[in-house]
Ligand binder design. Structure first.
Ligand SMILES: Cc1cc2nc3c(=O)[nH]c(=O)nc-3n(C[C@H](O)[C@H](O)[C@H](O)COP(=O)(O)O)c2cc1C
Length: 189
C-alpha cells in the first residue's frame, strides 16, 4: 500500500556507503520513476543527476568549499558518508518555451515545474526507502549552483532545486508524534 511506503519514508541523516542495491539497480529505479512521474502539459521539465562514489564525494567536498567553513565539516561529512546523491533540476529552457507556447498560462509554468519536481522528489525518496535505503533532502542551492554545473558539465539553463544524499541506514530517526490531522484535513459528507 502506498501509505505504508510513505510511512517508512523519513529524513535519514545517519547513512553509509553500504547499500542494498547495485549502482545499476539504483540507476534503473531513478530512471523509471522519472519517466513515470507526471508534470503539467506533459512538459517534462525535471532533470536528475545521479552521482555515486567519487563524484558524490567530490560534490560534498565542493559544497563544503562553497560555504567557506560556514557549514561544519561534520555536517557535510554526514552527507558525504552516503553512497550517492540525487540532484534535482528544472530545465528552465523547457519552462520558458511553454510560457511562449501557452501565453494564457505563462505565469503558472514556473510553479508547475516546481510542483512536478516536488512530485519526483517525494516519489524517489519513498521508493528508495521501500528498497531499504536511507535518504534526506538538502538545499544548499543557490550558493552551490555554479560549481555543481561545472562539476557535472551541465547546461546553464538547469536550475538546481534540491540535493538528496542516500545510502545504507546506520540509524533510524525517532518515531513521529501523531498529529491532530483534522486541523489540516477537512472532510465533508
Ligand atoms: C520541500 C522540503 C525542503 C526541505 N529542506 C530540507 C533541508 O534543506 N535540510 C534538511 O535537513 N531537511 C530538509 N527537509 C526535511 C524536513 O525537515 C523533514 O522532511 C520534516 O522535518 C519531516 O521529517 P521526516 O522527513 O523525517 O518525515 C525538507 C523537506 C521538504 C519537504
Amino acid at each position: 500500500m502506498i501509505s505504508d511506503s510513505l510511512r517508512t519514508r523519513r529524513s535519514f541523516y545517519q547513512i553509509d556507503k553500504n547499500i542494498p542495491l547495485s549502482y545499476e539497480e539504483v540507476s534503473y529505479l531513478i530512471e523509471d520513476i522519472t519517466e513515470l512521474v507526471p508534470d503539467a502539459f506533459n512538459m517534462k521539465s525535471s532533470r536528475v543527476v545521479l552521482a555515486f562514489g567519487d563524484k558524490h564525494n567530490a560534490l560534498w567536498d565542493q559544497i563544503y568549499t562553497c560555504f567557506d567553513g560556514k557549514v561544519s565539516r561534520e555536517k557535510i561529512d554526514s552527507f558525504k558518508a552516503g553512497a550517492g546523491t540525487i540532484l534535482y533540476f528544472i530545465d528552465q529552457e523547457i519552462v520558458d518555451g511553454m510560457k511562449k507556447e501557452y501565453p494564457l498560462f505563462a505565469d503558472q509554468f514556473d510553479s508547475w515545474s516546481e510542483q512536478a519536481s516536488g512530485m519526483l522528489q517525494i516519489n524517489i525518496w519513498t521508493a528508495l526507502t521501500e528498497e531499504g535505503f536511507g535518504a534526506n533532502i538538502q538545499h544548499y542551492n543557490p550558493v552551490i549552483d555554479k560549481k555543481v554545473k561545472e562539476l557535472f558539465d551541465l547546461p546553464k539553463n538547469y536550475k538546481l532545486m534540491a540535493q538528496m544524499p542516500f545510502g545504507g541506514i546506520l540509524e533510524k530517526p525517532d518515531p513521529k508524534e501523531k498529529e491532530d490531522i483534522s486541523k489540516r484535513v477537512k472532510i465533508f459528507k
